[in-house]
Design a protein around this ligand. Sequence first.
Ligand code: GCO
Ligand code: MN
Ligand code: MN
Length: 419
Amino acid sequence: MKRKKAKLDPIPHEQQQPLVARLMKACGGSYTPEQRRKYFISGPQWAAAYEGHALFHAPTRSPITFEHVIEQYAEIGIGHWTTHDTDVIPSSKLFTDEQDAIVDRIRKSLKKNGLKCSMVTTETFHHAVFAASPAAESASVRAYAAKRLVNTVNIGHQLGASYAVYWPGSLGYQIQGAVEETETLRWYAEGLNAACEADIAIAARMKRKTLKHCMEAKPFEPQAEILLPTSDAMLAFIGSGLLKHPEMVGLNPEYLHELMWGAAPRAALARAILAGKLWHFDINDGYRLKHDVDIAVGLVNPLDWLNVLILLRSHGYNGPFNLDYKPPRTTSNWGVFSVSFPTAVDRFISLWEMAGEALEDSVIREASDALRAGGTVPKNAGVDEITEANRELLTLHELIGHRLVQILLGLHKGRVYSV
Ligand code: GCO
Ligand code: MN
Ligand code: MN
């Protein structure tokens, strides 16, 4: 039916927030902060503070402080907070008393708002010093990078974190032939080795557990060619013999980063699970074979997400779900915390609970059991008999797919459309 075109009156600025707030309420389906806090969900400082800038984009939002982010996360019910070193400490203030003062302010702000810092990470991609990567030819750059990683481990322990993440960023090249890959990867390993060795010493001194050091791959950015473009490449790197403590190093796959290169994220995660290295998980969404659009979880591929969470639930994944996405440039500073974050968290919780429902679903269960039982095959059966014996059961693959879509759309509860 075509809607009659109403004359639309412009909406004055002061009425816009109330309108958005009313429509948010009308959407329904939101969880309480207490319910949200039951999940190991973390909110990055850089996601909330993202100002909408990029190579082709001027900022659309104004800067905000970590105090504000932490306070807003607490209100929403995001129980954990994550940060890069330079999201909160300007590069020039690192390694100074000012760093200690800032870390102290963060600690107080977390405590006041009942949040925990779960993960820290080092920015080794933005500052000009890392133009040739943290594993640059120049030994002075590499020594500085190692010092930064060690400093972040230290901050992590001071803030009570359990995870450190490493996105190698500019580890790659624009111009082929200038960089020798094996040498660069050896140098990169030296940085991680320094971080792990320092961690062992700091953890012993502070009577804490060592951190879980998690590598994060991204295939296409910010260099033209990337030396460790996928989680699989990182698994090979961890097992290459270059790391002094491979047992301390695992993965932080990002959903979109795996999707970007054309992988099935669920299969990439399955390989990480088999290797015992799925320790941390950046959750977001986007499109295949495109740049890193970092859209909020479940907005593009909810069915794929449901399947990812079925895999993680059935393997008892209990690490963090880090909301590493970028609120759209069209969203206001106010909208970041009143629409973008709560809706991302709530879609995640719905999909997680739905995954539990799918695992318990009697139709899926009986279909999966039947497929595993297989058909009745006579002794010494030949290829034709084996094929024939299983033929009707294989139809269940599509039936399971249909059932998962029914669960996703709520149709398994008997919802139908009048036609
Ligand atoms: C990206 C990356 C980053 C990393 C972060 C942690 O999408 O650009 O995922 O957000 O997760 O740098 O090291
Ligand atoms: Mn990420
Ligand atoms: Mn990303």
